[in-house]
Design a protein around this ligand. Structure first.
Ligand code: ADP
Ligand code: MG
Length: 592
């Protein structure tokens, strides 16, 4: 057989990359506006014709580019923003992958005019289908004007997937909102089919919100602030009475970059519990300031998803900050926790030196090696002798559920938390409490056909399994998706893991899946009918909970208690064991 492998041309590579980075006109708008911000512009003008299908033009007064750069910027991996791979852990710019302009140039006609401050004339470059048509000197203001015409002209498939002009323009507006919100210090204007829709002056964040969403926002939002040595949070949150029926204005920014994050959304939304009508969503405009080394922005081509090193701490801090903001502005009834809001993390001082934490990796360490064995044996014993709870037990326990007032709580070693609540002492088994929480989270996801937060794998993992296991994996794929796994069946007993549930370490994902398949086989053998969802939820819960064995800080305990008592019958773990034991004053007295 003759050789069949050939190297793709740069043009084809760029067209493929464009499929990831530029999905619709709004994606091009995002990339161009981000470049303008990165170039230090203080004025940015966006001009749109026919929802971007005919023209997208961005004009900025930023640094501009030299003659050579004006040509080089269209090459793939051409960027001025990083030099080494390590640099991406300290980037403060929006871009750094150097693929946006190369991608755009592969699927449209581009005209670039640019001039730096120290050059008397500017440069005009025209490029079509990745080929340079013109490069010549031209008259130009300082800064850059870049026009994209006929986007997707050579990608008909993509073009037919575009929605109506109305819908595409709405996506463009959304990108415009995100960038304008993240940079209130920059002046922005927007023209659509020659009509000026916005002209926004630099100002405070609150002014920016009002300029974009209407002056009534003055009354609708309250400030939120929390400074800790892990993260500084600032911004505005909507008063509960103005919550909307659809997910409306909900914005998280991390170091001035707009991001999507369901987990943090949940933190915020849950701080409003009982204040919101059913199925309504508060507005929020929340900024996180965090040392760049503590996040990874390079997990997604469009960089709207990022990975935090300390996601669960940020969850707790955000939730507490929002509760406190609502409390301070008298929009909430009294809180459950006496110490709510008082985070004992000292605010960062100017003199503090922030050290990047050192992580020592043991390459041979397999976090589930020991666990996998104990899990399976526990599973099979649980199936044959389920722990028995009497009806009395159940009644006694369910009384605890609602409205438990927590006075104080303390970790007792790595396994237990002692809680003083409403004249009762409660001894919580930490691991079982997490099992309960994760089990409910998973069950709810299955029921609602929703997916739990997932994190993209930087390097997708390939796993190969036996034929039997492959068949099981294939049946379980939809449920695994709900749990936050993004797995592709590659055929031939091979699966590629692109994403894993938030909170599972990358290295542990394969072992986790093996454990799940193993449990599944055991449950089928024990002839339980229809083991599917509940078995998966249990495996998931057990695996996730296994990692939580450590002495918890006060904040982490509070978070655990709070989440536990929001579950249905918190006292009973998925396998039927007690999650906690309560001691009433009567019981205690009877001992003496
Ligand atoms: P990235 O932003 O990831 O570096 P791009 O393809 O978006 O990649 O841009 C490539 C390079 O072109 C940038 O790194 C920057 O040096 C230059 N550039 C792009 N847009 C502008 C602009 N509006 N003003 C000045 N320089 C720009
Ligand atoms: Mg860019």
């Amino acid at each position: 057989m003759s050789d069949v492998i050939k190297l793709l041309s740069d043009h084809v590579i760029n067209q493929i990359a464009a499929g990831e980075v530029i999905q619709r006109p709004a994606s091009a708008v995002k990339e161009l506006m981000e470049n303008a911000v990165d170039a230090g512009a203080t004025k940015i003008k966006l001009i749109i014709k026919d929802a971007g299908k005919t023209l997208i033009r961005v004009i900025d007064n930023g640094s501009g580019m030299s003659d050579t750069d004006a040509r080089l910027c269209f090459e793939k991996h051409a960027t001025s923003k990083i030099t080494t791979a390590d640099d991406i852990f300290s980037v403060t710019t929006n871009g750094f992958r150097g693929e946006a302009l190369a991608s755009i140039a592969a699927i449209s006609t581009v005209e670039l005019k640019t001039r730096t401050v120290d050059s008397p004339t500017g440069t005009l470059v025209e490029i079509e289908n990745s080929k340079f048509i013109t490069q010549e000197p031209c008259q130009s203001e300082k800064g850059t004007s870049i026009s994209i015409k006929n986007l997707f002209f050579n990608v008909p498939a993509r073009k037919t997937f575009l929605k109506s002009d109305q819908v595409e323009f709405r996506h463009i507006m959304e990108e415009f909102h995100r960038i304008a919100l993240s940079h209130p210090e920059v002046e922005f204007s927007l023209f659509n089919n020659d009509e000026q829709l916005f002209h926004i002056q630099p100002g405070s964040l609150k002014h920016r919100i009002m300029a974009l969403f209407g002056n009534t926002y003055d009354q609708k939002i309250v400030p939120v602030v929390e400074n800790t040595n892990l993260v500084n949070i600032s911004g505005f949150i909507g008063k509960p009475e103005y919550a909307k029926k659809t997910r409306g204005e909900q914005y998280f920014f991390v170091n001035h970059r707009y991001i999507k994050n369901n987990y943090l959304h949940h933190a915020l939304q849950s701080a409003y519990t009982e204040l919101l009508a059913k199925e309504s969503y508060p507005s929020y405009f929340v900024f996180f300031d965090i040392p760049p080394g503590k996040i990874d922005v390079n997990i997604h081509p469009t960089k709207t998803e990022i990975k935090f090193e300390d996601e669960s701490m940020i969850y707790a801090i955000l939730k507490s900050a929002v509760k406190r903001a609502l409390g301070q502005h008298n929009v909430v009834p009294p809180m459950d926790f006496d110490r709510e809001g008082a985070f004992e993390i000292s605010p960062i001082k100017k003199t503090d030196i922030i050290r990047q934490p050192q992580i020592n990796l043991n390459p041979d360490y397999n976090p589930f090696a020991e666990e996998a064995r104990t899990v399976i044996s526990r599973q099979s014993s649980a199936v044959s002798h389920p722990p028995q709870l009497t009806t009395d037990d159940l009644q006694l326990i369910t009384e605890t559920e609602a409205g438990t007032q927590v006075k104080w709580h303390e970790a007792w070693g790595k396994e237990y938390i002692i809680v003083s609540a409403d004249e009762k002492l409660i001894l919580i088994n930490q691991r079982l409490a997490w099992e309960k929480i994760f089990f409910e989270e998973a069950s709810a996801a299955f029921q609602k056909h929703e997916n739990l937060p997932s994190q993209k794998e930087l390097f997708p993992q390939t796993i190969q399994v036996s034929t039997d296991d492959a068949a099981i994996m294939t049946t379980l794929l939809p449920e695994l998706k709900c749990l936050g796994f993004d797995i592709n069946d590659f055929g031939k007993q091979t699966f590629i893991i692109y994403g894993i549930p938030s909170g599972v370490e990358s290295g542990a994902a394969a072992a986790f899946l093996e454990g799940v398949v193993e449990n599944y086989k055991n449950t089928i053998e024990s002839e339980i009918k229809n083991p599917g969802n509940s078995m998966l939820a249990k495996s998931y819960a057990r695996k996730m909970a296994a990692k939580t064995v450590k002495i918890l800080s006060q904040e982490e305990q509070a978070l655990l208690i709070d989440r536990l008592f929001r579950t249905h019958s918190p006292a009973i773990a998925p396998e039927g064991r007690h999650v906690f034991i309560e001691l009433s004053p009567d019981t205690i007295e009877s001992w003496f």
